[in-house]
Ligand binder design. Structure first.
Ligand SMILES: C[S@@+](CC[C@H](N)C(=O)[O-])C[C@H]1O[C@@H](n2cnc3c(N)ncnc32)[C@H](O)[C@@H]1O
Length: 276
């Protein structure tokens, strides 16, 4: 079977608006080649093991497996992060956190950072790859997530600058930092039912923010007080549908100053933070 016929087969079988895009990505991943290769070899006959592997992945996708769990890689910022079912698939909105931390760390000779809720390690890795003066602790409650974070740290040879370890919130965190950054679970429990079936294939512990979505964030703000240096920055992602108001009030009440929100490309408040 050639490239062209195999892609057509994938597109017919998936039968969704993104079928062409997804079939191309799946074939590129199976072949370990880029799009240019695909189109300059449109009539090339493929080995049967390539055909079988492509068909297997198309069936997995048809049965609801999220695309990036099939591809095992998610592009983010200027890195490519290994992912599997143990971690959240990184979202583009979280790049706002990374940009802000990079900008903040420019003011320091050395910046110590805690990436709370690291999951795949995506935030820690992106910050580290794009700075020279940062050292990061990356923590998560999930042991499997920590294994994946370590894999991504190793992929970019950052073992000297990023320490990954398991911790329930600050339970195993022994020190203070210049920055605490987090993409915490923030979806209200009742809303989870309304999430797409793709999203519900991701770990529930990465999504469920409790009855109002703010259960984890309240603890994060409260406990950050003991783990931030003077003038340290706390910033974290929120849901984009009105969580910014209560969260800003809370930051103010707990003594943070220069409180801010940052918007995503859709104009929704996505990140909140302040200085201690
Ligand atoms: C929304 S995901 C974020 C993952 C990653 N930072 C990202 O941006 O793609 C939230 C993460 O918080 C972790 N988590 C949930 N409860 C936690 C807790 N009590 N302490 C530490 N991490 C927790 C989950 O395991 C999950 O990896």
């Amino acid at each position: 079977m050639d490239v062209k016929s195999l892609l057509s087969l994938g597109i017919d079988r998936l039968d969704i608006p993104e079928a062409r895009f997804e079939s191309e990505l799946i074939l590129m991943s199976v072949l370990k080649k880029d799009r240019t290769f695909l189109f300059s070899n449109y009539n090339k006959t493929l080995q049967s093991k390539v055909v079988d592997s492509f068909k297997k992945h198309i069936e997995e996708r048809k049965n609801g497996k999220p695309l990036y769990y099939i591809l095992k890689e998610k592009p983010f910022f200027n890195v490519s992060i290994f992912v599997d079912e143990n971690v959240l698939i990184p979202r583009y909105e979280s790049e706002i956190l990374v940009e802000k931390v990079i900008e903040f760390s420019k003011g320091f000779k050395k910046t110590s950072i805690l990436d709370m809720c690291t999951g795949s390690g995506v935030i820690a890795v992106s910050i580290c790859v794009n700075t020279v003066n940062t050292e990061i602790h990356a923590v998560d409650i999930s042991a499997s997530a920590i294994r994946i974070a370590m894999k991504n740290v190793k992929k970019y040879s950052l073992e000297d600058r990023v320490s990954c370890y398991q911790s329930d919130l600050f339970g195993n965190v022994q020190r203070k930092f210049d920055v605490i950054v987090a993409n915490p679970p923030y979806i209200p429990s009742d809303y989870l039912k309304e999430c797409s079936s793709d999203v519900l294939k991701e770990p529930m512990i990465a999504l469920d923010g409790g009855y109002d979505g703010l259960v984890f964030i309240r603890k994060l703000i409260e406990q950050s007080l003991n783990h931030l240096n003077k003038n340290g920055l706390l910033l974290f992602e929120i849901s984009g549908d009105g969580q910014n108001r209560p969260v800003m009030d809370l930051l103010l009440k707990k003594g943070f100053s220069e409180i801010f929100t940052l918007k995503d490309l859709a104009g929704l408040s996505r990140v909140c933070g302040g200085l201690l």
